[in-house]
Design a protein around this ligand. Sequence first.
Ligand code: PLP
Length: 406
Amino acid sequence: MYDVEAIRKDFPILSREVNGKPLVYLDNGASAQKPQVVIDAITQAYSMEYANVHRGLHYLSNLATDKYEAVRGTIAKFLGVPDENEIVLNSGTTEGINMVAYGWAMPRLQVGDEIILSVMEHHANIVPWHFLRERQGVVIKWVDTAADGSLDPQAVIDAITPKTKLIAITQCSNVLGTMVDVKTICTEAKTRGVAVLVDGSQGSVHAPVDVKDLGCDFYAITGHKLYGPSGSGAIYVSHERMKEMQPFMGGGDMIKEVSKEAVTYNDPPMKFEAGTPGIVQTIGLGAALNYLMDVGMDKIAAHENALRDYATEKFKGLNWLNIQGHAANKAAIFSMTLQGAAHAHDISTILDKRGVAVRAGHHCAGPLMDHLGVSATCRASFGMYNTTDEIDTLVDALELAHELLA
Ligand code: PLP
């Protein structure tokens, strides 16, 4: 059984008050809170086990290296990747996608080559491709969501032409919660020789992931949404694509030898990890993923799906509330506006007075906001520690906002 009260006790911040009310943290889509095991791992690393990694021959450096490198294996296990050498450690999804844009796409794509994006991508999976458009004449092709906020995998497949080199797509919309059938897209893309990059920033948080089963070429995750530290993350890169990829950043650690005349690169994945990494952040991410795997991603998914269903029912009773996105397969992420002119920022300020933390704004998803015809929404995004009582508090706070702003 999933004991949400026991889970909540693992997260010290959840016992605090905000504005004199118990905290109801519903901004998990932006960043999740950290369990004590992560906080402890960070404290232990800094207080007893800290040194730079990969370089020293002394005890602490070896210890820190072992702890840091062990996380590569933990991430591989979490993502269903048998060979940890297909995991590049980094600071998060933004870095991961930029690495692919600079290291894999830029050297390979020519004027007129096409990259397919869905309209619900986060800016982290848009702006690096605009760089290629601006600098190399690459064409970005957009695939719209349907009226219910779902994304038809066939629409993505139909957008493929002989010029398509890459599909870069989210597994889960950070605004609508829409889950994308990435596997169907990858299967078809493979037969056409098109690479697929999956932005797993949200998808990896809400359901178990098996990257090998998905069949993608790149899969990016970001630690802070996975209950780990900010500045941690990783990207899965298949061996085949790793062979094709050039280093994006140069510096220490990613080389074997450097002379005045030449550089010999380290073996992958370290070839793609320049400079002193986020040592403690990565160790903290390892603790977070072990925690998630101990609880069970399938159990977390079932809990969040129950929250989604409960919230959906509750919201149905509020006829002045517009929920964006009703895809059949969606995570517990709800973007909303009130009927009338109430601004999302004002709504969130009222919610905050009730201790309810939500995100308000464009959610780094400009093209989706344009597509939906809204400038901003309020987003309640649920995590492993949220409860149905908290949904009730959210609904009460929304009723107050409606009363005050209507
Ligand atoms: N992609 C999606 C779908 C996201 O929700 C986010 C963060 O909000 C990102 C990418 C960017 O992640 P980060 O800022 O951690 O690199």
